[in-house]
Design a protein around this ligand. Structure first.
Ligand code: ATP
Ligand code: AMP
Ligand code: MG
Length: 205
């Protein structure tokens, strides 16, 4: 069974609002300055394209409230589409970074963001878990007017999600022999986390 892509593959996870997308924007500029070839993809973008075209949702934050079988269908599509897109442009020595979630807080329980078929399709070398203190995450969620995270924006909810996110990341890592790498997103300076992700990418192969 194939466990690895030719290119280094890092899945970046963390609870909603912790700053994954922000950190990955910084990762892009660091990799640009180093002249590295890479792709940063947002897993939710792939899911949302299909979910909105089917008329299932109008906004990306509605997807975690869909029936689980619909979420599974979208996840499995996204994982395969991402790998096929990456295979078209990346080769040995290049880097794929996937912006996603190890666990989803759905209406019917915690749902794996990287269940077996999904993680085996993505074939990560490492799963990064981005973390910040729960109070800081809630403050970030509340400051961000571009998203609808009201179902999550409470310290007790985020605390439990942080625990589940680590457990979920390790569970998925076991399935594909990936490492789990925990990175703090320091308030006021997402480039600290971005540098740690880039250092990880450079050490994996
Ligand atoms: P989601 O999973 O919902 O997509 P996310 O983890 O991608 O969330 P972002 O959208 O990157 O989170 O960040 C959420 C908010 O927090 C944004 O308003 C962003 O500007 C802010 N933010 C991110 N990192 C930091 C940081 N280190 N210091 C201060 N604010 C930050
Ligand atoms: P994001 O912008 O990263 O929050 O992605 C938007 C939405 O896509 C999330 O809130 C989830 O509903 C969904 N999503 C992203 N990644 C996954 C995943 N691996 N499994 C299931 N749903 C996901
Ligand atoms: Mg994001």
């Amino acid at each position: 069974m194939v466990l690895r892509n030719p290119f280094t593959t890092i899945i970046v996870t963390g609870v909603p609002g912790v700053g994954k997308t922000t950190v990955l924007t910084q990762v892009r500029s660091i990799l640009d300055s180093k002249g590295k070839k890479y792709m940063v993809v947002n897993f939710g973008d792939y899911m949302f394209k299909v979910a909105s075209s089917k008329g299932w949702v109008r906004h990306r934050d509605e997807m975690r409230h869909l029936p689980l079988m619909r979420q599974l269908e979208l996840q499995e599509y996204a994982a395969e589409a991402i790998r096929l897109d990456a295979e078209k442009v990346l080769g040995e020595g290049d880097i794929l970074l996937v912006d996603t979630h190890a666990v989803i807080r759905t209406d019917t329980g915690y749902w794996p963001g990287l269940p077996e078929e999904v993680v085996k399709n993505l074939r990560p070398d490492s799963i990064v878990v981005i973390e910040s203190p729960p109070e800081v995450i809630v403050a970030r969620q509340k400051r961000d007017p571009t998203r609808y995270r009201a179902d999550l924006a409470r310290v007790e909810v985020v605390k439990e999600l942080l625990d589940m996110a680590r457990l979920a990341a390790m569970s998925s890592a076991v399935l594909v022999a990936a490492s789990v790498f925990i990175v703090e997103n320091v308030e006021g300076d997402p480039s600290i986390a971005a540098n740690r992700v880039v250092e990880l990418a450079e050490k994996l192969r």
